[in-house]
Ligand binder design. Structure first.
Ligand code: NAD
Length: 440
């Protein structure tokens, strides 16, 4: 049992702040010990977490390991390998007026007590990966998993206190009332992953305490498919990225922009690619996930009428199954194009060419990710120069999240701030300016 589950948010934050003040979390040794403990938790508790993820999202075990458990292990190992270097003070040049004996440098300080609020779609990975950065930076941490993935939330509430230093790390389960109560407290940083509506609530609550925030939000991540690309390769990579976790991935390709001729050929290639991944009856394929709950199932099935069904279109309410679906002839004003889909529906919208595609993207919120399939360097350069997005992928959707030396985060409506690897240290630390001049 979680020994602190009976404490109120006020008591939890006060207790963690008292711990932080003792300096306990600051030494490198404490930080690396926590990361190693988290590592042990994932190795020894991996099967527990994988079965919880299956209960919550029908997540195939392979995906649970690849995208959450092993994913976090890689983040831990990368951090353990480099933390010492990342934390090293950095000397900077000083102006001559200060004299030759003066020196100046920056050093990373922990922020204090940080709050991490996670969503349901990768409910273990998106709680633990930011926690790696928060602990590595020497902070005390309050972790709030998503109530919409209750089995994973319960598994984490069991596992975390058994491995981590409970004087400095607390997990609070619960839904809106519990999160609201937490948000009333004074944290030194809030790291929120989820939708923009709640992102605004978090930002407003943080403003009361002048607490800095990282918002990892979502939105519609577009794909541009150029003329003359190998559409079988495009379709295979698109389908893998889109239908992973039944489309419930923040950086999943949301919709495809392409010219009418390419669209026709891409439709056929996507049919082949989906069959190659999930067979002719994805409902019986063990490698395909389910929709998280009834509300999202209803929301998604209502979007199936937004275009001509090329493949898929079927669903089963009892098991919350929605087939991998491609919609063609989709009107940009149709419901499927008015919200983040966050499910296994891929609309194809036709445009005349690159100019119109760039305008289409720029007319909408800045996306979390933008994907481009092209053989043309000019097209690559133009997309990079003329659009803004959190992350840009040429030829391969979703995979940039695996590159731990890249910052992961959004821009504009898709979020603010970033993390992974050394960017997590930037996020969860204060870079302190220091000047020193000898007295004599
Ligand atoms: P969710 O409903 O689980 O909400 C996330 C968290 O917010 C939960 O812990 C929940 O308890 C809390 N919450 C919900 N309502 C609240 C309220 N009124 N006040 C305070 N707290 C509240 O998850 P979600 O938002 O449905 O997640 C899906 C969204 O997250 C999508 O838009 C997706 O694109 C985005 N997302 C982004 C990333 C990223 O890394 N940028 C990753 C995953 C998901």
């Amino acid at each position: 049992m979680n020994p602190i589950s009976s404490q109120s948010p006020v008591e939890i934050v006060a207790r963690l702040r008292a711990t932080f003040r003792t300096g306990r979390t600051k030494p490198l040794q404490w930080r690396t010990a926590q990361l190693r403990a988290l590592r042990a938790m994932l190795v020894e508790g991996g099967e527990d977490l994988a079965s919880a993820l299956h209960a919550d999202l029908g997540k195939p075990s392979g995906d649970a390991y690849r995208t959450e458990i092993d994913f976090t292990l890689r983040e831990i190992d990368h951090t353990l390998d480099h933390l010492h270097t990342w934390l090293a003070p950095e000397a900077v040049a000083i102006p001559p007026q200060l004299g030759r004996d003066a020196s100046a440098w920056t050093q990373y300080d922990p922020l204090g007590v940080v709050l991490i609020i996670a969503p349901w779609n990768y409910p273990a990975g998106l709680l633990l990966a930011p926690m790696v950065g928060a602990l590595a930076s020497g902070n005390a941490v309050v972790a709030k998993p998503s109530e919409l993935a209750p089995a994973t939330s319960a598994a984490l509430a069991r596992l975390l206190p058994a491995y981590l230093d409970t004087a400095a790390v607390a997990l609070v389960e619960g839904a809106i009332p519990e999160t609201t109560a937490l948000l009333a407290e004074h944290f030194d940083h809030i790291f929120y992953t989820g939708n923009g509506t709640v992102g605004r609530i978090v930002l407003r609550a943080a403003a009361e305490h002048l607490t800095p925030v990282t918002l990892e939000l979502g939105g519609k991540s577009p794909v541009f498919v150029d003329r003359g690309t190998d559409l079988d390769v495009v379709a295979q990579r698109l389908a893998r990225g889109k239908f992973l976790n039944a489309g419930q991935t923040c950086i999943a390709p949301d919709y495809v922009l392409t010219d009418p001729q390419t669209a026709a050929a891409l439709e056929a290639a996507l049919v082949r690619a989906i069959e190659g991944l999930y067979g002719t009856d994805p409902a019986t394929c063990g490698e395909y996930g389910r929709i998280v709950n009834e509300r999202h199932f209803e929301r998604l099935t209502a979007l199936l009428g937004s275009g001509r069904v090329v493949v898929g279109g079927g669903s089963d309410r009892a098991s919350k199954f929605i087939a991998p679906t491609v919609l063609a002839d989709v009107d940009p004003a149709s419901p499927v194009m008015r919200e983040e889909i966050f499910g296994p529906i891929l609309p194809i919208v036709t445009v005349a060419g690159l100019d119109e595609a760039i305008d289409f993207v720029n007319d909408r919120d800045k996306p979390l990710a933008l994907y481009v399939f092209t053989e043309s360097d000019t097209t690559r350069r133009r997309i990079a120069a003329e659009t803004s997005c959190g992350g840009l992928g040429y030829g391969l959707p979703v995979a940039h999240v695996m590159v731990l030396d890249l910052p992961f985060g959004g821009v504009g409506a898709s979020g603010m701030g970033s993390y992974h690897g050394r960017y997590s240290i930037e996020t969860f630390s204060h870079r302190k300016a220091v000047l020193a001049k000898p007295l004599a």
